[in-house]
Design a protein around this ligand. Structure first.
Ligand code: NAD
Length: 346
């Protein structure tokens, strides 16, 4: 029996789409928006506040990686002071994560303008970090009410961020293809998303202002993010979550490095997923093609290049073994050590 729950989200996609944010706010009946960004994207936040006119009642540009509760509390104070009735988040997964936290705690709906390929805007998954521990959960209330994808905003995304971020999206699609709750809709989105990103990422890294490649990559990220939003993730996401949380590693790079190694372990046990990925990547060797793509977009070479010490790998394996997750086959401790060793060496 198949069950496919379509998530209730509106997407506006296209060059210049950011100019439509005021229209999106009006459609949702939002009159008092708090604009959210990271400090680095404060200029973009100001531009969006301008576009919103008097619908923007405040700006909070303190979004940070992993959504620290202290940051959420500070944003909540601003939202209360300006009597916000919604948020507009412009940025990557960190800024979108802050909007989700405000939706969860204050019930504020959000308009989201993603500027990376992480895909968080397509998922009901939230995360909060307190005293070094990240808690995550699923709640439909955190789903953005409207997502405005404007590929022109991604031209400024540096090559060193674009490549790993795009492979982070590819990882969502790979795991969706062998998820227990996969459906033909998910498979179709995953295949298209992986094909888009594999074709566009090397072009984007070579020339960040390649408008057509930027558009294809962002479309791929949208599709891969939607796969993540609709399915239960497996070993790859579990491993990256543990690595990131325990060793404080950069999110997208960790995904990009680990993906080929988990694919090499899982795909022999997931022949249908393997067949879809072979088509999407035009290859008989999916892990090899994922490794080649990572190299082509200059992903750091192995976890050791991120500063991971070899002796940390055993603790990571312990934590992954202790937690339940879904996967085509259950790795033994020796399997995990082999995967981690290979990912560490690169
Ligand atoms: P990010 O949001 O942390 O952004 C990285 C940096 O790049 C920031 O300084 C940001 O301001 C800057 N930046 C973003 N877009 C830019 C652009 N177009 N031009 C110039 N600079 C730009 O990175 P990310 O990889 O998008 O997000 C990672 C976070 O998202 C992690 O905390 C991860 O856990 C979370 N995430 C959550 C989900 C989910 O479903 N909840 C899914 C994927 C990722």
């Amino acid at each position: 029996m198949l069950v496919h729950d379509a998530l209730p989200m509106r997407v506006v996609f296209g060059p210049g789409a950011v100019d439509r944010v005021a229209e999106e706010a009006d459609r949702l009946g939002l009159r008092r928006l708090l604009v959210l960004s990271t400090p680095r994207q404060g200029g973009l936040a100001a531009r969006v506040a301008d576009l919103l006119g008097d619908r923007a009642v405040g700006t909070f540009d303190g979004a940070r990686m992993h959504v620290p509760v202290t940051t959420v509390a500070a944003a909540e104070d601003v939202a209360a002071a300006v009597r916000a009735d919604g948020c507009l988040a412009i940025g990557g997964g960190s800024t979108i994560g802050l909007a989700k936290a405000l939706s969860l705690r204050l019930g504020l709906p959000s308009v989201v303008v993603p500027t990376t390929y992480a895909g968080s805007e397509m998922t009901p998954v939230w995360g909060l970090t307190e005293a070094g521990r990240k808690t995550t959960g699923r709640d439909p209330v955190v789903l953005p009410s409207s997502v405005v994808y404007d590929p022109e905003l991604t031209h400024a995304l540096p090559a060193a961020v674009s490549g790993p971020s795009g492979l982070n999206a590819v990882a969502h699609a790979v795991e969706a293809l062998y998820a227990p709750d996969g459906t033909p809709v998910i498979s179709a989105m995953a295949e298209r998303g992986v094909r888009d990103l594999a074709a566009a990422l090397p072009l984007v890294v070579a020339d960040g202002a390649d408008a057509s490649a930027r558009s294809v990559a962002l479309e791929g990220a949208w599709l891969c993010g939607a796969c993540l939003g609709a399915t239960t993730m497996g070993l790859h996401h579990k491993l990256c979550h543990v690595l990131g949380g325990m060793l404080d590693l950069p999110h997208a790079e960790t995904h990009a490095i680990v993906l080929p190694h988990v694919a090499a372990f899982n795909l022999p046990a997931a022949p249908e997923a393997d067949a879809v990925l072979r088509r999407a990547l035009g290859t008989d060797d999916v892990p090899g093609a994922l490794r080649a793509l990572a190299r082509a977009v200059r992903v750091p070479d192995g976890l050791q290049a991120l500063g991971v010490r070899h002796e940390d790998l055993a603790r990571v394996a312990d934590e992954v073994l202790a937690a339940p997750y879904s996967n085509p086959l259950a790795p033994t401790r020796a399997d995990l050590e082999t995967i981690l060793e290979a990912a560490w060496r690169g």
